[in-house]
Design a protein around this ligand. Structure first.
Ligand code: AMP
Ligand code: MG
Length: 453
C-alpha cells in the first residue's frame, strides 16, 4: 500500500510544444513532395529550421508514453514518474536533535540542570523536560516535550554525576530540526514527468512511498538500411561498411531512457523496407531508421513511410549541418524518425533535434536545455539561415573550460566519440570567434571526459 499519495497524471507532453507551432505543418513538406522516387534533391529554401520541424512534428503527431506500470523503489532508478508524488505526512514527524547533547528549556538561561533521562535512537523520549532539567539526546534523537533547545555536549561541564552546567544561555530552537522542516504533509514533492534518480528515491523512501507509478519505457525499433552494411564481426569487402549506426543509436537511446529494440537490417529494396518497417511498427512504440532518408532514387524511407498510413511524413529535410536528410514522420501515434545514414549526422540529429521526441515518449516533462559555458579556442563557423551543430572537445584551463571546435565531417564515426558535446551555431548565436563564450551541450551519455590540464 502506498503511504504517500500519488496523483495528478502528467499532462500530455506534446500539448505545450504544439502551441509553439506557428504555421501549418503541412507546409513543412516541400510542395509536390509525396515521397516519390525521382524527386530532384532538397530545395535549400524549403528546408526547415530544426525548432520549427520539431514543433510541426508535435502538432501533427500525438505522442504519449505507451502506458503506466507500478514498480518498487528497487526497480525505479532511471524510470519516469507518471503521477505527482505528494506527502501524506510531515517529515520529520517530531522535533529531532541535530547534535549529541542535552535537551533543555532555553528560558532557564545558563547554569545548572539536573539530568532526568536519556533518549535512545529509535525510541521515544522516556520523559518530558521540566524547568532546570535536561535529557541526554543523541544526534537524530527525538527531542522530549517541554524542551525547546539542545545544548551540544561540548558546551556543558559535568561537575558532578547527574548534573550539567551550561556555560552560556541557549536560544530557543537551537540544534533542533522542527517537525515538517524537511517536507510538509500535502506538499507535492515530485511532479509527474520527473526522471527518478538518487535524490528522488531518497525522498520517496523517506515519505513511505514504497512503489511508484512510472511510464512504460518506450520500445524504439532501430532499423539500419543499406545494401552495403555488414555486422561488426565481419571483415567488409571493398564497398561494404560495418553497420555502426545501430549500435550508436541504441547507445544514445538507452542513455535517454528508452528501450532500444534491434530490428533485422533492411536491404535497399521497397519490399524489404516495407516489411521491416511494418514489423518494427508492430513490435515497437516508435521506429528510428538510419540511411535511405534523402531524396535520391535509392532513398526509399520517406516513400515507404508515406504508404504506411497517416499522418505519414511530417517534415523532410532540415536546414542543419550535419543531418539535412532527416525525416520526421508518424503512423498513428507511433513516431518514425528517418535518420541520415552518415554516422556523425544520425547521432547528432538524434542528440540535437530528436531528443524531445524521445523525452515525450518517455513521459518526461519538457525542460530547459542545460549547457556549459566555455571559451572558444577557434572560430565556430555558421552559415546565415542555417543551424550548425559543431562538435567540441572540452578541456580545463585554470577556472575556465575551453571548447575546441571539431570540423563537421558527416561520414566520420570517430568524430562524436572525440567530442564531449556540441555548440549550436545559428542566426541567434552568430559566428563565435576565438576568445568568445560558447554554450556547450553535453551528449546524453556525457560524451568524452573533459581532459584535465
Ligand atoms: P545513405 O543515407 O543511406 O545514403 O547513407 C549515407 C552514408 O552513410 C553511406 O556512406 C552509408 O554507407 C553510410 N551508412 C548508412 N547506414 C549506415 C550504418 N548503419 N552504419 C554506418 N554507416 C552507414
Ligand atoms: Mg543507404
Amino acid at each position: 500500500m502506498l503511504l504517500g499519495a500519488i496523483g495528478g497524471h502528467a499532462a500530455p507532453m506534446s500539448v505545450k510544444r504544439c502551441e509553439r507551432v506557428m504555421q501549418d505543418s503541412r507546409a513543412l513538406l516541400p510542395p509536390g513532395h509525396d515521397g516519390a522516387a525521382g524527386h530532384r534533391g532538397f530545395v535549400a529554401e524549403r528546408l526547415h529550421a530544426p525548432d520549427d520541424a520539431v514543433a510541426a512534428f508535435f502538432a501533427r503527431a500525438a505522442i504519449e508514453p505507451a502506458g503506466i506500470e507500478h514498480v518498487t523503489l528497487e526497480a525505479a532508478p532511471g524510470r519516469v514518474l507518471a503521477h505527482d508524488a505528494r506527502a501524506l505526512e510531515d517529515h520529520p514527524s517530531h522535533p529531532r536533535s541535530t547534535m549529541d547533547g542535552y535537551a533543555v528549556r532555553s528560558s532557564d538561561g545558563a547554569g545548572r540542570r539536573r539530568i532526568v533521562g536519556e533518549v535512545f535512537m529509535g525510541s521515544p523520549p522516556p520523559c518530558a523536560v521540566g524547568s532546570a532539567e535536561a535529557v541526554r539526546v543523541p544526534t537524530g534523537g527525538a527531542v522530549p516535550s517541554g524542551a525547546d533547545a539542545v545544548v551540544p555536549q561540548e558546551d556543558v561541564d559535568v561537575l558532578e554525576p547527574g548534573w550539567i552546567v551550561l556555560r552560556g544561555a541557549v536560544a530557543a530552537g537551537e540544534s533542533i530540526t522542527q517537525r515538517a522542516d524537511d517536507v510538509r504533509e500535502g506538499e507535492t514533492v515530485l511532479r509527474a514527468g520527473r526522471r527518478i534518480g538518487g535524490p528522488e528515491l531518497g525522498v520517496l523512501a523517506t515519505l513511505g512511498i514504497a512503489s511508484v507509478p512510472v511510464f512504460a519505457r518506450p520500445r524504439i525499433a532501430i532499423l539500419s538500411t543499406g545494401d552495403e552494411l555488414v555486422d561488426p564481426g565481419v571483415v567488409p569487402a571493398t564497398g561494404q561498411v560495418r553497420d555502426s549506426n545501430r549500435y550508436a543509436i541504441a547507445g544514445a537511446l538507452a542513455a535517454l531512457g528508452a528501450h532500444p529494440v534491434q530490428i533485422a537490417r533492411s536491404a535497399d529494396t521497397e519490399d524489404a523496407l516495407r516489411a521491416a518497417l511494418r514489423d518494427a511498427l508492430e513490435r515497437c512504440d516508435a521506429v528510428f531508421s538510419s540511411g535511405g532518408s534523402s531524396v535520391g532514387d535509392r532513398d526509399l524511407v520517406p516513400r515507404i513511410v508515406a504508404e504506411l498510413g497517416a499522418p505519414g511524413p511530417i517534415v523532410h529535410g532540415l536546414r542543419v549541418k550535419p543531418g539535412k536528410p532527416t525525416l520526421l514522420a508518424a503512423i498513428g501515434r507511433k513516431p518514425i524518425v528517418g535518420l541520415p545514414g552518415n554516422p556523425a549526422s544520425s547521432l547528432m540529429i538524434l542528440e540535437a533535434v530528436v531528443r524531445p521526441i524521445v523525452a515525450a515518449l518517455c513521459g518526461e516533462r519538457p525542460c530547459e536545455t542545460i549547457t556549459l559555458s566555455a571559451v572558444a579556442t577557434a572560430t565556430f563557423e555558421g552559415r546565415a539561415g542555417w543551424t550548425w551543430y559543431v562538435p567540441v572537445r572540452l578541456r580545463r584551463s585554470g577556472d575556465e573550460l575551453e571548447a575546441e571546435p571539431l570540423a563537421i565531417r558527416s561520414s566520420q564515426t570517430s568524430l562524436l566519440a572525440r567530442a564531449s558535446g556540441y555548440v549550436t551555431v545559428d542566426d541567434r548565436s552568430g559566428t563565435r570567434r576565438a576568445g568568445q563564450r560558447v554554450n556547450v551541450r553535453l551528449f546524453s551519455s556525457g560524451g568524452a571526459p573533459i581532459e584535465a590540464p
